[in-house]
Ligand binder design. Structure first.
Ligand code: ADP
Ligand code: DP6
Ligand code: CO
Length: 362
């Protein structure tokens, strides 16, 4: 038996406040607009990945949530991440061979790997599992291969697994700069502010449904790109300005500006989904009820100020950004409006992750 090399790591999800939706290059995953997100703490939502490498492994294998994916050649995104990290490992090995001698270098780049990953929250339900999942894959490979590269470099590899994954390599407030190069060399994530820059900001997660979405993000955004005139307006005339205002709002810790742009951008993202032909519906009746409750809560606030901001990714599940002082009040309001559908035996938000959880950004 040859030795086995193994690394395990975990990665957080990130929830965009300026949404990525549309690719100018589907193979390299280059977006049609820049985007900006907040990385959540790993307390409630995280991916955990273990990767082993051994000369005895006859092929590379992947288990996701305990189920093996049979034909990995079809998983182009996984192949992209493996190819790019292996290439960097090869370069690293060459350098090491010169420095310490070939006999002292383990040729990990030549070994097959076994990847085992699990998410502790619903996969493919609009809670950014592809973001934490691919960030974790690339980060764990980089650890295993001991790659001497920056997080921004790694973000370009994670991007080729799932676009939103590039942002999950950083904590805090993160921008994905769309870049302009055709090879994607400047399409990368950068941290705008660290997690403790705005400690009062909290994210409440509400799992309305843990079912797998009918239209994956990849398929949905491609259909939007080819059919929606509203998307063209959004990428040219709306997002560039919003990226600037949102960055400014974060740097000023201005919740009013942050909340308004967050809600407007979520609304416009779901509007471009509706403008897709045929239309895509990610929100359901409960999602829309949450929008109404938050709107009402903001309208009735004594100070006349926005106290909460909803945002929805490609799924019905809500994320509510608010300041810490408002968390108990919002949890009470949600519990009051969504006490459970007793007649149909369905209760909302009963499991640990279905409960609105005060998840501090991390
Ligand atoms: P989500 O809204 O959850 O991000 P997507 O449609 O964008 O949904 O992506 C879901 C897909 O991402 C899954 O079907 C799977 O292929 C991939 N994925 C999710 N979690 C992981 C993981 N931990 N490791 C590898 N791939 C993952
Ligand atoms: C609505 O990153 O999941 O969550 O790049 O095809 O894997 P692929 O798509 P993905 O899309 C995320 C879309 C979004 C908005 C966002 O996270 O910015
Ligand atoms: Co996704």
């Amino acid at each position: 038996m040859s030795p086995t090399y193994e690394k395990t790591s975990t990665s957080p999800v990130n929830i965009a406040v300026i949404k990525y939706w549309g690719k100018r290059d589907t193979a390299l995953i280059l977006p049609t607009n820049s985007s900006l997100s907040v990385t959540l703490s790993q307390e409630h939502l995280r991916s955990k990945t273990t990767i082993r490498a051994s000369p005895d492994f006859e092929k590379t294998r992947l288990w996701l949530n305990g189920v093996e994916e049979t034909d990995l050649t079809k998983n182009k995104r996984l192949q992209n991440c493996l190819r790019e990290t292996r290439r960097l490992r090869e370069e690293h090995e060459k350098k090491l061979c010169k420095e310490i001698g070939t006999e002292n270098v383990v040729p990990l780049s030549k070994y097959n790997v076994h990847i085992c990953s699990e998410n502790n929250f619903p996969t493919a339900a609009g809670l950014a599992s592809s973001a934490s999942g691919f960030a974790c894959l690339v980060y764990t490979l980089a650890q295993l291969y001991e790659l001497p590269v920056s997080t921004t470099e790694l973000s370009k590899i994670a991007r080729q697994g799932s676009g939103s994954a590039c942002r999950s390599l950083f904590g805090g407030f993160v921008a994905w700069e769309m870049g302009s190069q055709v090879d994607g060399s400047d399409s990368q994530a950068i941290q705008i502010a660290p997690k403790d820059y705005w400690p009062e900001l909290e994210a409440l997660i509400c799992v309305v449904s843990d079912a797998k979405k009918g239209t994956s993000s990849t398929e949905g955004m491609q259909n939007t790109f080819t059919t929606s005139p509203l998307l063209q307006h959004r990428i040219k005339h709306v997002v560039p300005e919003r990226m600037k205002s949102m960055t400014e709002a974060i740097l000023k810790r201005d919740f009013q500006q942050f909340a308004e742009i967050t809600m407007r951008d979520s609304n416009q993202f779901h509007a471009v989904c509706l403008d897709t032909f045929p239309p895509i519906f990610y929100l359901n009746d409960v999602s829309r009820a949450i929008i109404r409750v938050i709107t009402e809560y903001n309208t009735c606030s004594e100070s006349g100020k926005l106290k909460a901001a909803y945002t929805f990714d490609a799924g019905p599940n809500a994320v509510i950004y608010t300041l810490r002082e408002n968390v108990p009040e919002i949890i009470n309001i949600i519990a009051k409006f969504f006490p459970g559908d007793v007649e149909n035996g369905k209760e909302y938000f009963t499991d640990p992750y279905q409960l609105f959880s005060g998840s501090i950004i991390g």
